[in-house]
Design a protein around this ligand. Structure first.
Ligand code: HEC
Length: 139
């Protein structure tokens, strides 16, 4: 009778261990972090985000890309008095200050013009190249 109980007891123990084992396997770190990941999470620059379309380029950015992503919202339409992209008259007036001043103001911000046009990942050189791109296309 005692040995039968032992056999039954071990079998039961095995079943319990099996269940516990499969549950903890299902709750591996990866599984847990996937479950904890918010739905529709924001793709932060520098992270792998799964879909290539959602990834913001973190390498060298072309002036054209920077303009499209960070400047066009204001300079495309000319809202809040932003000199409009392609408007030779507006940019010629500004250019009278000197290109270096325009670049410096784009980096530091001036009045309603935010520093770097809010492009946090843009270096001074990126901004300078983007200002030159605007000027080149506005004469
Ligand atoms: C939130 C709107 C906004 C964004 C975004 C923006 N600008 Fe501007 N920008 C302005 C406004 C408004 C002015 C005019 C400021 C003034 O002279 O009062 C301006 C002026 C400028 C000037 C002329 C500065 C001067 O001294 O006359 C340059 C150059 C410029 N922006 C470059 C850029 C570049 C490059 C970007 C993108 C990296 C950018 N801006 C993004 C609003 C914006």
């Amino acid at each position: 009778m005692k040995s039968i109980f032992n056999v039954f007891g071990s079998a039961l123990l095995l079943v319990v261990m099996f269940i516990v084992g499969s549950v903890s396997a299902a709750m591996s770190d990866k599984a847990i972090s996937e479950r904890l990941a918010p739905v529709g999470k924001i793709c932060v620059e520098g992270n792998e985000c799964g879909s290539a379309a959602a990834v913001v380029p973190s390498g060298p950015q072309s002036p054209e890309d920077i303009f499209t992503n960070s400047c066009n919202s204001c300079h495309g339409s000319g809202i809040m008095g932003a000199p409009k992209f392609g408007d030779a008259a507006e940019w010629t007036v500004r250019l009278a200050k000197g290109e270096d001043i325009l670049i410096q103001n784009a980096i530091d911000g001036v009045n309603a013009m935010p520093p770097r046009g809010t492009c946090a990942s843009c270096s001074d050189d990126d901004i300078a190249a983007t200002v030159k791109y605007i000027l080149e296309n506005s004469k």
